[in-house]
Ligand binder design. Structure first.
Ligand code: FAD
Length: 421
């Protein structure tokens, strides 16, 4: 069949998410003729969901070794982070009219709090660099020649003839955004190993009936320890939100990564013990409670400790403690006080399960990093194939880390593909 000139590209990027858009922009900046292909009718559907629509675009961390330590397969990501650091990401967006700001825990957002601005900056940069956008363009298969090079990309309604291909089709969560794991099947067919994709950064379901009473309560800087058969597995700290089903918020999402590993070995008898005041020892907390009771000696128990916890949480904790709430603070015994302090430091919950792909922010697993050159993002198996973004077997915690992975691997894949001409 005759190849039409408009169907020949130096670089075809499949997937117009953050990784694919950055890859396309960088390849075009380096002089390549680039097509950006996506099966949806518009780009960046998942990007618009990021950070609840505010887009936590990266982290305020430029030490790439520290950064990489927080990721699965972080060592593999080092070169990509070196090529395009969090600081470069901020420079890129600021240079395209999106000023950025740093919030708690180093989370970087656009000053406007609008993820839409981030997406529009990418689209503008792509257009400025002459990238051809092909939407509603569903890639289904590839043809390779005897040299193990992709010579043709088969879409549902047309064919493209690429010199290089970048697969940036994302993971498997929130499939309505277009990420349905298509890239894994292609990579596997072309000889790549796929590490089983699993949902990560998911909320946690617990079996405790009372958790619904705390729905919507947020607590900052608490810690949770995970126990199985009464043996401590690991712990972490951060900001938590109670939901009607159990736990959400950054701490729960991050801990789901570790809990998933514990569950993979044994699903039984897992407890989560929340320390609501991890920065105070039991003695220090008791001292605070004792002084509060002294000051409020004439008040009933449920009118005390207003400075220690928010009203809804406090109300729950008092009721859960089983103590007589009508009792005046002066009458609370040391034993009763210690019972309260113990509850504040050991609020116990029982794990039910983790949510699945329908609620996962990220997919862990994907195209094995062993068969990809970390310095270029190029396949070690197919000569003109590159990977970028969540399709790779690499993932990080919440806080802008997963988008940073997309920007960095996208940038490096785009640059390398443009050089591979
Ligand atoms: C609710 C939510 C909130 C999040 N918040 C944050 C956050 O604040 N900060 C952060 O760092 N990360 C966040 N993440 C994670 C982050 O959004 C993802 O890691 C990131 O979008 C992955 O980018 P990607 O480019 O690899 O893939 P995707 O964004 O998934 O894009 C893949 C693209 O490939 C296209 N595609 C797939 N198959 C085909 C095919 N066969 N043919 C053509 N096109 C195809 C899809 O249509 C899609 O557009 C969040 C995720 C979710 C779900």
């Amino acid at each position: 069949m005759k190849k039409l000139i408009e169907e020949q590209f130096d670089v075809v990027v499949i997937g117009a998410g953050p990784a694919g858009m950055m890859a396309a922009i960088r390849a075009a900046q380096k002089g390549a003729r680039v097509a950006l292909v996506d099966k949806k009718e518009e780009p960046g559907k998942k990007l618009l969901m990021a950070g609840g629509g505010r887009c936590n675009m990266t982290q305020d961390e430029n030490n790439i070794v520290e950064l990489s330590n927080l990721y699965k397969n972080g060592r593999f990501l080092l070169s990509a982070f070196g090529a395009f650091r969090p600081g470069n990401v901020r420079e890129f967006f600021e240079g395209h009219g999106v000023p950025t700001k740093v919030e708690k825990s180093g989370r970087v957002f656009p000053v406007s709090d609008k993820g839409q601005d981030v997406l529009e900056a990418l689209i503008k940069a792509a257009k400025e660099n002459g990238i051809t956008f092909l939407y509603k363009a569903h890639v289904v298969d590839f043809s390779l020649n005897s040299e193990n090079e992709i010579v043709k990309i088969k879409l549902k309604k047309r064919e493209l003839y690429p010199k290089n291909v970048i697969i940036a089709t994302g993971g498997m969560s929130y499939p309505a955004t277009g990420s349905m794991g298509d890239g894994y099947a292609w990579a596997e067919k072309m000889g790549h190993k796929i590490i089983e994709p699993k949902p990560v950064l998911v909320p946690i379901k617990t079996t405790d009936d009372w958790v619904g009473e705390l729905q919507g309560v947020s607590v900052s800087s608490v810690s949770i320890s995970v126990f199985q058969h009464n043996k401590k597995q690991f712990s972490d700290s951060g900001d938590l939100m109670f939901a009607h089903f159990g736990l959400s918020g950054p701490l729960a999402l991050n801990m789901s990564r570790g809990i998933g590993k514990v569950l993979a070995k044994d699903e039984s008898d897992i407890k989560l013990v929340i320390d609501l005041k991890p920065y105070l020892s039991a003695e220090q907390l008791d001292e605070i409670v004792r002084k509060d009771f002294e000051r409020n000696a004439d008040k009933k128990l449920n009118n005390c400790l207003a400075d220690v916890f928010s009203p809804k949480l406090l109300d729950f904790l008092f009721r859960y403690s089983g103590l007589d709430l009508e009792k005046h603070a002066a009458k609370i015994s040391r034993k009763e006080r210690m019972h309260l302090v113990n509850l504040f430091k050991h609020l116990e919950m029982n794990l039910d399960s983790l949510f699945g792909f329908d609620r996962a922010m990220v997919t862990s697993g994907g195209v094995s990093t062993k068969e990809i050159d970390s310095k270029t993002m190029k396949s070690r198996i197919v000569k003109n194939l590159f990977f970028a973004g969540e399709v790779l077997d690499a993932d990080g915690p919440t806080g802008g880390y997963n988008l940073q992975l997309c920007w960095s691997t996208g940038f490096l894949a785009g640059e390398s593909a443009a050089k591979n001409l």
